[in-house]
Design a protein around this ligand. Sequence first.
Ligand code: 13P
Length: 286
Amino acid sequence: MPVVPMKELLDRALADRYGVPAFNIVNDLSIEAVLAAAVEERSPVILQTSVKTVRMYGRRQLADIFRTLVEDVAVPVTLHLDHCPDRSVISDCLEGGWNSVLFDAHELDVAENLRQTTEVVAEARSRGAHVEGEIEGIQGVEDGLGSDDASVVQTLEVAVDFIRRTGVDCFAPAIGNAHGQYTAAPVLDHQRVSDLVQATGVPMALHGGTGLSAEQFQDLIARGCAKVNISTALKQVYMQSSLEFLRGAEAQGKWDPPSLFTHQRTAVMSMAQEHMRTFGSSGRAW
Ligand code: 13P
């Protein structure tokens, strides 16, 4: 059975200090290509959906596509809902079989965020699912959510208290990371990851993976970032490979959609495999 609980996947990765890549898939082709990469690398993998992707397909159709494509995949896979401030979408995805959700209530004050996240954790538990928590916005706009303003970072004590009292299975700290391409080299607060993991034993989620160096990934993974999010890199490689192919098709006057799909798939697969090797998840499937 390839679909495994998020917590199992992350607890193993934290214990052995590798990172499980969490790719924001955008359609059936990218789901299939990421799964093919995971099979090729014998890597566990997280497929995550933005609220925008859930709305584009409809929860039921997206879940059906996922279930069909994952059926014969022989590596551990988890389906996760990325940044979601909307409780009704959270409930809908949990009901639809998502294995975990990021309840992103960073716009609420911490006390109200804590109260509601505790409810989301109880709701997820009743369905055998898990929860990622967040109290600080990650800088950058992704799929229509977020802000370009710098994150307001809470103290270590506040973050540790939130993690302990809510019982979240994973936490997304703001450490100078940002969604999208970095416009300047990020200055990352590595120590905060170490401090949070040491105080709570809970795996961290590294957001804003696109544009970080192999050294930055590996250092943060060694400190306890067991979930590593990649979205922009997938979107870019998908669209740039399409553009490159379509330019060639135009020049040759040849319009064959399956050749385009093969080209896109190869590009997404090799991007995903590269990240799995960098994160040390290759060969970790069980
Ligand atoms: P990037 O778009 O920078 O890869 O970040 C992905 C992410 O953190 C999704 O939540």
